[in-house]
Design a protein. Sequence first.
Length: 438
Amino acid sequence: MRSIRAAAAGAVTLSLALAATACGGGSATGGGSNDSPKTLTYWASNQGASIEIDKKVLQPELDKFEKQTGIKVELEVVPWSDLLNRILTATTSGQGPDVLNIGNTWSASLQATGALLPWDAENFDKIGGRDRFVDSALGSTGAEGKDPAAVPLYSMSYALYYNKKMFAEAGISKPPATWDELVAHGKKLSKDGKWGLGAEGSNPSENIHHAFVFAEQHGADFFTPEGKADFTGDGVVTAVKQYVDLMAKDKVIAPGNAEYAQNQSVSDFAKGKTAMLLWQSASANLASQGMSEDDYGIAPVPVQSGTPGTGKQVNSMVAGINLAVFENTDNLDGATRFVKFMTSDDEQKILNKAYSSIPPVKSAQSDSAFSTPANAVLKDTLAKSAVALPQVADESQFETAVGTAIKGLFADAAAGRAVTTASVKAALQKAQQQMPAA
């Protein structure tokens, strides 16, 4: 999910939203209208280093859309810490936007509310067709077998960012390819008040993204094939412990990172306080904080053994942002035109360049601007070694419950309390008990 994001705050349940009512002023009985054809409200997610930067990126494009169509778009950039709760409130209150960004991992959960416009063949035809989008991005737009609940807007994957100068000073010639190498490098780099790796220990979404990748590398899943929560299997427990142990046992993450939830680890990396960062499409964020692209390298996220990106070596979740329309919008035609505009080749190039993300539109992705060494790593990961988080109705509760459990484990590690296999399993068992009954 975002890229540069904070977690959705609070344990929010989607059961309250299953009887979704109107948003954007449309009819509460279902189905959109065109009662307000000259305006749209748009909730954008916070993709840049600040909300103000997002406004500077987006407003010129919205003005362009208004000039082309006569439709004024009222923009609100919503912090990631508020976005999921805001969306769920909108699905129940009837007070919400016409169009909004959603983290692609939420697609199936929000789809289950019935509040979002389904993107069937007819609707896809209105924006140029489903086959314009890459398959990996379409795989995170809703539950399998159902029409997508949203359209891909920005594609991202995790990568390892490393400080070239700090590596050279430590006598390290190349980035780590395995987790053992990452720990070994991290120990060499953790000295003199600086640390090997940054993390966002209080950010449930970041926690679950990394734990999911670790679990996939251990051959484990958080859900059974039937979609039932299964958080306490040996592979999952091992994966979560391995992640938290980067602070608890290996001592390559600063204890203070247990409190990070608002991109502080990105700032630490930009300032040379940490030597490595696992992040989604971080280049634009780092540039906005004054870090030159010459100062850091980008490599695939490490794997358990072997070489990242080969075979079935999962080293990222399929990250990204989708664009959704509330089904009960009062400007259905305008909302569809806006989605077509935002996913056009020209806009895809402009917006994804601004956010150092990858266009999910095939023709835009082939542009030379997305063939830089940094983007090559991201594109290769998405094509070969990234897997979508579970597209199940309970996915957002899963992120909150397990991500918060890991937050607690990081707090234990920071406080010097033992993080054992038993304590990890107990935390995950508690998280599983918070999930809706099957």
